[in-house]
Design a protein around this ligand. Structure first.
Ligand SMILES: Nc1nc2c(ncn2[C@@H]2O[C@H](COP(=O)(O)OP(=O)(O)OP(=O)(O)O)[C@@H](O)[C@H]2O)c(=O)[nH]1
Ligand SMILES: [Zn+2]
Length: 221
């Protein structure tokens, strides 16, 4: 087994810096947990393999703890990124463009905080700019950063909207997520093909129902 240096959440740790940046914006609860080492995380996976009823020392499972921990690094890499940073570069030269900017069908790959099971779906995100707009890929990045944390769909929806409001000060924001939760389809009630829809409207998307309706129609077509 590889040996790893202990990873402590000291103030000079980039992980802590990123977490503090998002915490300062009210995006996550205070976390006072020392981050375990990679070796400790791999030992925890071994325990789960034995708990599942298998033999962690058999050939096919030898590298599994390492693969699982590395998969976690990918699935939860959103703890190490700052959405506000993604949205910090804006453009003003849009020739007076004054209608909504909307991204449709952004992939959502997240994990529910209740069972750590995947929930998969699509996000639809629109904002009504004032004078500044942001690069469209940055909106997809923000969805990705918040998705790659343990989430409820409701929290994820609100965090995406709040990040856009805070960084762009737009006239309004609309976010809709439509997702299927594997904690519901592969276990528990075992209902497949059920999707959950969550929405968050702010500003003109909340007050102007015709605009909200346009957003909803764009989500469907
Ligand atoms: N509101 C909301 N609920 C979620 C989300 N992800 C999972 N859940 C639900 O969280 C609930 C957890 O219920 P509990 O009774 O604490 O746990 P449980 O006994 O495993 O429940 P079941 O999943 O019904 O078997 C379940 O109803 C899940 O479907 C989410 O993003 N938002
Ligand atoms: Zn769940």
């Amino acid at each position: 087994m590889d040996s790893f240096e202990p990873e402590h959440r000291e103030s000079n740790d980039p992980l802590v810096a990123a977490l503090n940046a998002t915490r300062a914006k009210g995006f996550s609860e205070t976390i006072n947990v020392e981050r375990p080492t990679k070796a400790q995380a791999m030992d925890a996976v071994k325990t789960l393999l034995a708990w599942a009823g298998d033999d962690p020392s058999r050939e096919g499972l030898i590298d599994t703890p390492k693969r699982v921990v590395e998969a976690y690094e990918e699935w939860f890499q959103g703890y190490q990124a700052d959405p506000a940073k993604e949205l910090s570069r804006t453009f003003e030269d849009v020739q007076g463009y004054d209608d909504m900017v909307m991204l449709r069908q952004i992939d959502v790959e997240s994990h529910c905080e209740h069972h750590m099971a995947a929930f998969l779906g699509k996000a639809y995100v629109a904002y009504m700019p004032t004078s500044k707009v942001v690069g469209i890929s940055k909106i997809a990045r923000v969805v990705e950063i918040f998705s790659k944390r343990l989430q409820t769909q409701e929290t994820l929806t609100k965090q995406i909207a709040d990040a856009l409001v805070d960084s762009l000060a737009p006239l309004g924001v609309a976010v809709l997520i439509d997702a299927e939760h594997q904690c519901m389809s592969t276990r528990g009630v075992h209902h497949k093909n059920v999707t959950t829809v969550t929405t968050r409207f702010t500003g003109v998307f909340k007050t102007d129902l015709a605009l909200q309706d346009r957003f909803m129609r764009f989500c469907q077509s």
